[in-house]
Design a protein around this ligand. Structure first.
Ligand SMILES: [Mg+2]
Length: 404
């Protein structure tokens, strides 16, 4: 497969916007996120703040410990969103195949627009120039033969970078002796596990590919492929009409009259919704509870939420809605999020930044799952991946219904 992919990533996006609009902040360690007095995380920080070890998704208290002299500002999402759509217009003027992975980051497949790498280089440079002209902001551009190499390329020369990786050989030469974390999909936890097997560099991955696949299955195969410079993933354009809402529902074999059981089942449904939303990098601005009663009469109840895809939050709001409905026998229950927007940052949602503590919410979900485990004697935590599948979800729900 011959592809030419451009990866564009804005440099310290939120922080750069604030510096553009408040030039007095230039050269200072600027941290955008929650305030140190609140609970929350860093969304973005300036390069000066990075020198202190601050990075995005870091707990704000930790950031403050590292950089007490920093300037802490809350994000102005409305403003960033408007600039993000200006940038997206520029991307889309070059190719319809734009996959937005975050507010400030996208893959562009320009294979059909160019005859050779030279043409792609022109487009890459032009995009940098146009973004600068239109927004006053800098970005980093990577051009390569596949997605993962394009992303590596854009990181290579940051900020205001421009880097090319034309062939798999170029990619491998560049990364072979680097730490495994250079391979995308290798996060902290995966890296730790690899290290414990003595697999520290990309070369080690190549030489121990079987071990890596045995350890991580599907993800392991992806890691090994990347280590050999293979990445056949396509650029998939995000079209809002493809995903107006994300929801999950179950129909019971026998009508359910116990509403506490319904609340337990909503935990699983909320997790399914969270999983899918996160896969697509989407957040909902509203949640919906759907019920069909035994007499086939259906109702839906909705509520606005603040851009979130957290299972804990979805569950909590769904339960509030459930508390208010008529308590008649239920044949079907579902929960979903709608009015979707692209997650500003796949790791950090607006809700995270604005003082709802991610860690806390993860704890809430594990706590809920533990309660379910005790009640039904099933190991939900370890079998979560399976429960996301429709047939296992149905079987599990039926088991819960019978054993409540
Ligand atoms: Mg960025």
């Amino acid at each position: 497969m011959n592809q030419i992919i451009i990866h564009v990533d804005m440099d310290a996006f939120y922080a750069s916007i604030e510096i553009r609009d408040h030039p007095e902040l230039k050269g200072l360690p600027l941290i955008i996120g929650s305030l140190p007095s609140e609970r929350g995380v860093v969304a973005t920080c300036s390069y000066e703040a990075r020198k202190f070890g601050v990075h995005s998704a870091m707990n704000i208290k930790e950031a403050y410990r590292l950089c007490p002299s920093g300037i802490y500002r809350r994000p102005n999402m409305e403003k960033y969103r408007a600039i993000s759509s200006q940038i997206r217009e520029i991307w889309k003027s070059y190719t319809p195949l734009v996959e937005t992975v975050a507010f400030d980051e996208a893959y562009l497949d320009v294979t059909d627009q160019v005859n050779n790498f030279e043409d792609a280089r022109k487009i890459g440079l032009e995009i940098k120039e146009k973004i600068k002209q239109k927004t006053g902001l800098s970005c980093s551009v990577g051009i390569a033969y596949c997605k993962t190499a394009a992303k590596t390329a854009s990181e290579e020369d940051k900020p205001n970078g421009f880097f090319e990786i034309p062939t798999p050989k170029d990619f491998i030469d560049l990364i072979i002796d680097r730490d495994v974390r250079v391979l995308h999909t290798v996060g902290q936890a995966t890296a730790k596990k690899l290290y414990s097997y003595g697999i520290k560099t990309v070369r080690d991955v190549r030489e121990n590919s079987e071990t890596v696949i045995n350890l991580f299955g599907k993800q392991g195969q992806l890691i090994v492929n990347f280590a050999f410079g293979i990445d056949e993933r396509k650029v998939i354009p995000y079209r809002p009409e493809d995903a107006k809402s994300i929801s999950r529902e179950v129909t019971f074999q026998q009508d359910v009259t116990n509403y506490d059981l319904l609340k337990d089942i909503l935990v699983l449904l909320s997790l399914c919704v969270e999983k899918r939303a996160k896969q697509h990098g989407l957040s909902g601005n509203g949640i919906t509870l759907k019920i069909t009663y035994a007499d086939m009469k259906g109702i839906t109840r909705s509520k606005r939420i603040f851009a979130s895809n957290s299972a804990a939050l979805i569950w909590k709001e769904a339960v509030k809605l459930l508390d208010k409905v008529d308590k008649r026998p239920v044949r079907l229950i579902g929960v979903g999020i709608h009015d979707l927007s692209i997650d500003e940052n796949r790791q950090v949602s607006v809700a995270d930044i604005l003082s709802n503590d991610t860690e806390n919410r993860d704890k809430e979900i594990s706590h809920l799952l533990m309660k379910l485990e005790n009640r039904y004697g099933l190991n939900f935590t370890e079998n979560l991946e399976k429960i996301y599948k429709a047939d296992t979800l149905h079987k599990t729900v039926e088991y819960m219904r019978k054993h409540f």
